[in-house]
Design a protein around this ligand. Structure first.
Ligand SMILES: *[C@@H]1O[C@H](CO)[C@@H](O)[C@H](O)[C@H]1NC(C)=O
Ligand SMILES: *[C@@H]1O[C@H](CO)[C@@H](O)[C@H](O)[C@H]1NC(C)=O
Ligand SMILES: *[C@@H]1O[C@H](CO)[C@@H](O)[C@H](O)[C@H]1NC(C)=O
Ligand SMILES: *[C@@H]1O[C@H](CO)[C@@H](O)[C@H](O)[C@H]1NC(C)=O
Ligand SMILES: *[C@@H]1O[C@H](CO)[C@@H](O)[C@H](O)[C@H]1NC(C)=O
Ligand SMILES: *[C@@H]1O[C@H](CO)[C@@H](O)[C@H](O)[C@H]1NC(C)=O
Ligand SMILES: *[C@@H]1O[C@H](CO)[C@@H](O)[C@H](O)[C@H]1NC(C)=O
Ligand SMILES: *[C@@H]1O[C@H](CO)[C@@H](O)[C@H](O)[C@H]1NC(C)=O
Ligand SMILES: *[C@@H]1O[C@H](CO)[C@@H](O)[C@H](O)[C@H]1NC(C)=O
Length: 621
């Protein structure tokens, strides 16, 4: 009986693949086959002349017989029928009627372009149907009528353009559908209605230009989804909504995929996510954050340049991360912090010079490490890998040193214990020129402070501002590429102590410089507009302008005046005019009247509205 079952599944050309599939779907699939194969046959065993029939296994093999039509005269007890590699063009209505015990039907590698409605009617026990590599262009609704027990359907490598509404309605027990390598341009919203038990959908290569979100949302039981070779550049929010049973999502070979929206995977509870051979330049941290059950993450072959610190810590159960063949330059300290189950890191073929122990939550849990294909600098930062080189599994790809030159191209396993202290060492960062650079300059001047450091590996130089914040390479106060700090258009509030910090794996070094900027009296209001626009308005520079400016209407006064409230401003103007009027009357030389027209443009009366919300015109007649 066991032999029967094995034979039954091994007979077909794709037999090996099939057994794998069945194993994936659960052992019950094998049991089912076994059960159907056991009910042994009656002695008279009709067999079409061109075919080979094996009564013992209830197999009919008509493969590769140049058949242009389905032959007649099969035994009604047949379990497996192989019609692959023939020249069949059409399947007519009730083509296989009567083969009620048929379990597997293989129509692969024919030229079938037309399947009539109800062609498979009567095959109520069919579990496996293969129509791979034919010329199907369309699947008329009703073609699959009667296949209510089908579990596996392969119609890959055809020329199907669209899936129409209700195309698969009859196959309520279908578990696995392979629709890859077609020319699909459209999947109708109700195409997958009825496939409520489908667990696995494979769409390798299609011409879709967007994710068929609505159609996919019908697949309530879907656990595995594989979408390969699509030319979509962006995955929108909620692209896979209502697939709450999905556990494995594969997105592969989408060469233009550059962005994932932060809610792309919302509603999913994945354990495995593969996004490979795409065009992602950063790890989509925000998109992944909610995947607390994710165990396997593969982002290989994307131009990703770094793994940032503390950004993956929500992936509590992550065990494996693959990011092979990317552009990784750096894995920051704390990159895998919080990942207590992390056991495999695959970063082969990147641009990494090092991988520090501090990236991991605990290197004790790490079992497999692929670090080969990187220009590794063999210094103290990699000593932890060296120390574990016997225990760690490099998946038979030993990492090799790239620098220093004396150990270039040497494999980690080739080092002796005695060599390690001499080679895998570091020299602490040291700032070279430590002479005082304290400076006193005039407001508006530009000054440069040097900070050259030395050490092995080359130290990383940073500057901290007077407020202890990290200064960047842009802005008025910036860090130059050679490590110098430049203060342009110095302002009084720039005064204070700056710190240069040089760090490397072996330690750090720092120097302090004091800067004092002296204010100069300002004659004209906007003479230094450039300076004003360069920095945000700071309340601490009250000393520089107050009391020294001879003119009342400088920029600040204007700001205050306009925010004082329009009415009070207006009333002072009015009083002014009354004075002028009275004065002119008392002089008795000019007889004039003053009227003030106030034309409000929008609602008046809001406190603190700027002068431009109302307008007034004055006429002196
Ligand atoms: C069915 O027949 C074809 C052609 O004769 C042969 O290549 C194939 O191996 C046969 N299948 C099995 C399972 O015997
Ligand atoms: C689908 O895409 C392939 C490759 O990009 C192209 O050769 C084919 O013509 C396209 N088919 C349709 C129907 O657009
Ligand atoms: C990948 O992204 C880069 C920019 O990040 C772009 O220049 C390139 O054209 C993209 N490649 C594809 C195939 O879209
Ligand atoms: C997510 O999936 C895991 C593992 O498959 C399961 O244990 C957990 O209950 C699921 N959580 C939710 C909210 O569905
Ligand atoms: C690491 O990634 C490469 C490229 O994807 C793959 O070939 C290899 O099998 C992976 N190694 C492990 C241990 O998973
Ligand atoms: C750093 O670069 C700036 C401008 O490129 C230059 O003026 C300065 O002298 C350099 N400092 C050192 C220490 O080389
Ligand atoms: C610099 O090194 C000292 C000890 O060598 C350490 O205590 C300190 O935290 C380090 N500072 C930074 C910013 O790394
Ligand atoms: C500012 O005033 C001083 C004298 O009060 C004068 O010497 C100087 O040239 C003036 N500067 C400008 C920019 O007008
Ligand atoms: C500037 O004003 C703030 C509060 O308005 C005050 O605490 C500070 O002492 C003033 N600075 C100077 C130099 O007068």
């Amino acid at each position: 009986m066991l032999i029967c079952a094995l034979f039954c599944s091994a007979l077909q050309a794709g037999g090996k693949m099939f057994t794998e599939r069945v194993a994936q779907l659960g052992a019950w699939g094998v049991l089912l086959l076994w059960a159907t194969c056991v009910s042994a046959a009656n002695p008279p065993w009709p067999c079409p002349k061109v075919c080979e029939c094996r009564q013992a296994t209830l197999q009919v093999n008509c493969s590769g017989k140049y058949l242009t039509a389905v032959p007649e005269g099969f035994s009604r007890d047949s379990k497996c029928l192989d019609l692959s590699h023939n020249r069949l063009k059409t399947l007519s209505r009730r083509q296989f009627y009567g083969l009620t015990k048929l379990v597997e039907l293989d129509l692969s590698d024919n030229s079938v372009s037309m399947i009539e409605v109800e062609a498979f009617q009567g095959l109520q026990n069919l579990r496996i149907l293969k129509i791979k590599r034919n010329r199907l262009k369309i699947i008329p609704v009703g073609v699959f009528a009667g296949l209510s027990n089908l579990r596996y359907l392969d119609m890959s490598e055809n020329e199907i353009l669209v899936f129409l509404d209700y195309a698969f309605r009859e196959m309520v027990n279908l578990l696995q559908l392979n629709a890859g390598e077609n020319d699909l341009v459209f999947i109708s919203q109700r195409a997958f209605v009825g496939l409520q038990n489908l667990q696995e959908l494979n769409m390798d290569r299609s011409n879709l230009t967007s994710i068929p979100t609505e159609a996919l949302s019908q697949l309530q039981s879907l656990t595995r989804l594989c979408l390969q070779r699509l030319s979509i550049s962006m995955l929108p929010n909620n692209a896979f909504r209502r697939l709450q049973h999905l556990r494995s999502l594969k997105i592969m070979h989408w060469p233009s995929l550059q962005t994932l929206s932060s809610n792309t995977l919302t509603g999913l509870n994945l354990t495995s996510l593969v996004i490979t051979n795409c065009n992602l330049t950063t790890i989509p941290y925000a998109t992944l954050r909610h995947l607390a059950y994710l165990r396997y993450l593969d982002l290989s072959f994307n131009p990703i340049t770094s793994i940032q610190g503390n950004m993956l810590s929500d992936l509590l159960r992550l065990q494996e991360l693959h990011l092979s063949g990317g552009n990784l330059l750096r894995i920051e300290p704390g990159a895998f912090r919080g990942l207590v189950h992390f056991r495999l890191l695959n970063v082969s073929s990147n641009q990494l010079t090092s991988l520090e122990e501090s990236a991991f939550h605990s290197v004790g849990n790490l079992q497999i490490l692929r670090l080969d294909g990187n220009p590794l600098a063999c210094d103290c930062r990699l000593l932890w890998v060296m120390r574990r080189r016997v225990r760690l599994n490099f998946d038979s790809h030993q990492p090799t040193c790239s620098t220093p030159l004396i150990v270039r191209k040497r494999k980690f396993q080739d080092f002796t214990e005695a060599e390690l202290p001499g080679i895998f060492m570091c020299r602490q960062a040291r700032i070279l020129d430590r002479k005082s650079q304290d400076a006193q300059i005039q407001e508006g001047a530009t000054i440069l402070f040097d900070c050259k450091a030395d050490g092995y590996p080359s130290p990383y130089v940073t500057w901290l501002s007077t407020q202890q914040t990290l200064l960047t390479s842009s802005g008025r106060i910036r860090v130059l590429v050679n490590g110098s700090l430049e203060v342009r258009y110095a302002q009084v509030q720039d005064s204070g102590t700056y710190m240069c910090l040089a760090t490397n794996a072996a330690g750090n070094d720092s120097i302090f410089v004091k800067l004092q900027v002296q204010g100069i009296p300002r004659n004209r209001t906007m003479s230094s507009g450039e300076v004003w626009s360069e920095t945000p308005y700071s309340p601490s520079d009250n000393s520089s302008t107050q009391g020294t400016n001879p003119y009342p209407f400088d920029a600040k006064t204007l700001v205050i005046a306009t925010t004082m409230g329009f009415l009070s401003f207006l009333s002072s103007v009015a009083i002014c005019f009354v004075f002028m009027f009275v004065w002119s009357q008392s002089q008795g030389q000019i007889k004039h009247t003053a009227t003030i027209d106030f034309v409000p443009r929008s609602s008046v009366g809001g406190g603190g509205v700027g002068g431009d919300t109302g307008r007034f015109t004055m006429k002196l007649i």
